[in-house]
Design a protein around this ligand. Structure first.
Ligand SMILES: NC(=O)c1ccc[n+]([C@@H]2O[C@H](COP(=O)([O-])OP(=O)(O)OC[C@H]3O[C@@H](n4cnc5c(N)ncnc54)[C@H](OP(=O)(O)O)[C@@H]3O)[C@@H](O)[C@H]2O)c1
Length: 325
């Protein structure tokens, strides 16, 4: 038997239960990982609330973690018992002592990166990789807008943008978060609790706006974000922290200046073992070269996952939060 977080109905954090369960043996192409640290991500709240439907209820939760390979399926060749590994996508169930997932979702963890650091950076860091390096391949010299710059994904985006020579304007909701984003490398910050974001972007870019806007906030910032994109620029709408964007009239893209919009996911960028490994290699290089620092702002015991999710949803966290089994 092992312990895990599971939920049998959708709702607030109170639907999460910490239970004994019988972990499955790994299938032929699967690996069972003894988690040492687990990542907390906004997407976990979407599965819990029902915004994203899980395949089945009751369901495990979480897609990010780091640990030691505990058993391997008969057709697995690249991993063996005892390997240090990390993962960011795959089936729900990372919020547990043991997690079974396809071997192709794993990467080996360099010795220089701890389990806690890996759980703090895998999903968020790989996301920043594809956002800044693939969805809109930044060259250096651009001025970009990134919402929730002191959050989990945002904290890595500030650092990575600075390393690329990109001026990142970050939105935040408090003076403390503004200071944090600046420390991490944001070129400028806008406090959305009392500043007009679109107006400030116009001022900061001397009327040019941004070639790309990254928006993980969703519903509340959709219109503002469109107003911050330069003609023929790209709005990357990559999350729903304030709720899902819906009812979009495509004509708005014409009115705002022939804009492009994409709604990407990490799973569709890291969709093959080769692409996952390429992205992880670049992420680990960024960490090992000191360009990206992985700080863990908040740690919770796994059994307290509900409290961790409450803090994340209430905008009380900065940076990465991990759960410890
Ligand atoms: N598509 C992908 O591949 C992908 C991958 C990873 C993450 N994401 C998305 O990226 C976003 C950030 O994820 P994260 O895990 O790193 O979370 P996070 O940024 O640590 O937390 C979300 C932040 O959003 C801001 N926010 C604005 N309005 C909010 C509201 N009504 N409720 C809650 N938060 C609000 C808050 O920052 P302020 O208080 O400073 O405004 C909050 O701290 C999420 O939307 C997530 O789904 C997408």
């Amino acid at each position: 038997m092992a312990k895990r977080i599971q939920f049998s109905r959708h709702g607030g954090p109170d639907v999460l239960e910490f239970l004994d369960y019988q972990p499955a043996a790994p299938g032929a192409k699967e690996v069972r990982v003894q988690n040492q640290a687990i990542g907390l991500n906004f997407i976990d709240t979407y599965y819990r609330s029902g915004l994203y439907p899980p395949p089945v209820l009751p369901s495990g939760l979480g897609t990010e973690g780091a640990g030691i390979v505990e058993s391997v399926g008969s057709a697995v060749s690249g991993f063996q018992v005892g390997d240090r590994v990390a993962y960011a996508t795959g089936p729900l169930g990372a919020y547990g002592e043991l997690h079974v997932l396809p071997a192709e979702k794993l990467v080996k963890l360099p010795d220089a990166i701890s389990f806690e650091q890996a759980a703090a950076v895998m999903l968020k860091g790989l996301t920043v990789h594809y956002l800044l390096r693939q969805t809109f391949p930044l060259q250096g010299g651009e001025t970009i807008l990134f919402h929730a710059a002191a959050g989990g994904v945002g904290s890595f985006a500030c650092q990575w943008a600075k390393a690329l020579g990109v001026k990142l304007i970050g939105t935040v909701s408090s003076a403390e978060k503004a200071a944090r984003a600046s420390e991490l490398g944001a070129w400028a910050t806008i406090d959305s609790s009392h500043e007009d974001v679109a107006q400030r972007v116009l001022e900061l870019t001397e009327g040019r706006k941004c070639p790309v806007v990254y928006d993980g906030v969703g519903k509340d910032t959709w219109e503002t974000s469109l107003n911050c994109v330069a003609p023929r620029g790209l709005l990357v709408s990559f999350g729903n922290a304030s709720g899902a964007v819906s009812g979009v009239n495509l004509g708005i893209l014409a009115q705002k200046g022939s804009l492009f919009v994409t709604r990407p996911t990490l799973a569709s960028y890291a969709d093959t073992p080769e692409r996952l490994q390429m992205m992880a290699d670049e992420l680990f290089d960024m960490i090992e070269s000191g360009k990206l620092t992985v700080e863990i702002s908040n740690r919770y015991a796994l059994k307290d996952a509900a409290a961790a999710q409450t803090a994340l949803s209430a905008r009380q966290t900065t940076g990465s939060t991990i759960l410890l089994p």
